[in-house]
Design a protein around this ligand. Structure first.
Ligand SMILES: C[C@@](CO)(OP(=O)(O)O)[C@H](O)COP(=O)(O)OP(=O)(O)OC[C@H]1O[C@@H](n2ccc(N)nc2=O)[C@H](O)[C@@H]1O
Ligand SMILES: Nc1ncnc2c1ncn2[C@@H]1O[C@H](COP(=O)(O)OP(=O)(O)O)[C@@H](O)[C@H]1O
Length: 311
C-alpha cells in the first residue's frame, strides 16, 4: 500500500508514500509545434519514496512544510517557492475542481527522491496530493478523472496517479500522459545511482533537439517487445534522452563509464537524468552492485525493486 488514512474525528490525516519512477525504456520522437515531444515509455514505480502527510487543521489557512529529509541519500535544498511546488499546484487544482469546499490542511512533504533526477519525485508528490485529498475528503473522483487531472500538472503525473491506484507498470504514450497500465510485471531489481547533480527536463529535451539530425518516429514496437519479453535482461533498457542528458551534465558520461568498469553491466539513464540504474539478476545481485558502486564510484546508490501490481 502506498497510502494510509487515519480518521480520528474531528481530525483526519492521509499519509502517502510517493514512489519514484524509472523509465525502463524511453523512445522520443521529434518535437511538435507546441514544443513537446511524442514519447513511448515503459514506466515502473519502485520502492523508494517521498513521505507526504495531509492533515485537517483548525483555522482558515493551509500550511505547507516542504523539505528534504536529513537522512536523504542525496542532500539537496528546496530551492523553489511553495507556489511552484507540484504538491501546492495539485492542491489548488483540486480546490478549483470540486464544488464542495476543502477545509484547511497542514501539508508536510519530507523528500528523499532528488529533484532533477529523472525519478519523477515532484510528479509523484503531486499524484499523492490528488489521491490523498480525494480519499481524505471523500470527493468521489474516479480513477480516470484523477489521471486526467494529473496530466494537467505535468506529463508524468498521470502515470504517478496510476501507480498510486495499484498499477506501477505502464506504457506511456502521447506526451507521456496516455497511460496503458500493465496487468503483469516480473519483479525488476535495480541498483539505482543518484549523482549529486541534477538535469532540468526542458534543457535535456532542448539538447535532444539540437543533437537529432534525422527526426525519427517513436519506437512503439521496441518498447512493447521489451515489456512483453519476460524477465528483463541487463542490456534490455534503452533511453533516447541518455546522450542529451550527458551533454547537459557531462559528469554523467564519465560516471557512467566508471560504474560500468566497477560492475561490468550496462548502465542506463532514467528519464532526462541524472539518475542511472543497473539491472540486477535478483535482490541480492542488485544489493551487491550497490555496495560495489558506493565503495568504488563515490556516488549515492541504493537497491530498489518494482512495486507489486494491486489486482
Ligand atoms: C523525461 C520524462 C520521461 O518520463 O521524465 P523526467 O525525466 O522529467 O522525470 C518526461 O517526459 C518528462 O515529464 P515531466 O517531468 O512531467 O515534464 P513536464 O513537467 O510536463 O514538462 C517539462 C518540460 O519538458 C519538455 N517535455 C516534456 C514532456 C514531453 N513529452 N516533451 C517535452 O518536450 C517540455 O519542454 C516541458 O516544458
Ligand atoms: N515536490 C517537488 N519535488 C521536486 N521538484 C519539484 C517539486 N515541486 C516542484 N518541483 C520543481 O521541479 C523541478 C524538478 O523537475 P524535473 O527536472 O522534471 O524533475 P525530475 O527529472 O526529477 O522528474 C525542481 O527543480 C523544482 O523546481
Amino acid at each position: 500500500m502506498t497510502s494510509r488514512l487515519t480518521h480520528v474525528e474531528p481530525y483526519a490525516e492521509a499519509e502517502m508514500l510517493c514512489p519514484a519512477k524509472v523509465n525502463l525504456a524511453l523512445s522520443v520522437g521529434a518535437a511538435q509545434e507546441n514544443g513537446y515531444h511524442p514519447i513511448v515509455s515503459w514506466m515502473v514505480a519502485v520502492d523508494f519514496w517521498d513521505q507526504l502527510s495531509v492533515q485537517c487543521i483548525e483555522g482558515i489557512e493551509d500550511r505547507y512544510h516542504i523539505s528534504f529529509s536529513e537522512d536523504a541519500s542525496v542532500r539537496q535544498a528546496v530551492d523553489w517557492d511553495v507556489e511552484k511546488d507540484l504538491v501546492y499546484k495539485a492542491h489548488q487544482l483540486m480546490k478549483r475542481r470540486v464544488e464542495k469546499k476543502i477545509p484547511p490542511v497542514e501539508v508536510t512533504l519530507k523528500k528523499y527522491i532528488p529533484a532533477g533526477a529523472g525519478l519523477g519525485g515532484g510528479s509523484s508528490d503531486a499524484a499523492g496530493m490528488l489521491v490523498g485529498l480525494n480519499e481524505l475528503f471523500e470527493l468521489g473522483i474516479g480513477d480516470d478523472d484523477l489521471i486526467a487531472m494529473g496530466a494537467e500538472l505535468g506529463c508524468d503525473v498521470g502515470f504517478a496517479v496510476s501507480a498510486f491506484l495499484g498499477k506501477p507498470s505502464a506504457m506511456a504514450t502521447g506526451y507521456g500522459e496516455v497511460i496503458e497500465a500493465m496487468t503483469h510485471l516480473e519483479p525488476v531489481h535495480l541498483a539505482l545511482i543518484m549523482p549529486n547533480v541534477g538535469c532540468a527536463t526542458a534543457e535535456v529535451y532542448n539538447a535532444f533537439d539540437e543533437m537529432s539530425e534525422d527526426h525519427k518516429d517513436v519506437d512503439h514496437d521496441g518498447v512493447w517487445s521489451l515489456i512483453k519479453g519476460g524477465k528483463l535482461k541487463a542490456d534490455g533498457p534503452f533511453n533516447d534522452l541518455a546522450e542529451a542528458a550527458e551533454k547537459v551534465q557531462p559528469r554523467l558520461g564519465e560516471l557512467r563509464g566508471r560504474i560500468y568498469e566497477a560492475v561490468h553491466k550496462p548502465v542506463h539513464v532514467t528519464g532526462s537524468g541524472s539518475a542511472m540504474f543497473v539491472i540486477g539478476e535478483s535482490k541480492e545481485d542488485a544489493r551487491k552492485m550497490m555496495d560495489i558502486i558506493v565503495e568504488r564510484c563515490d556516488v549515492a546508490c541504493i537497491d530498489v525493486q518494482t512495486l507489486k501490481i494491486n489486482p
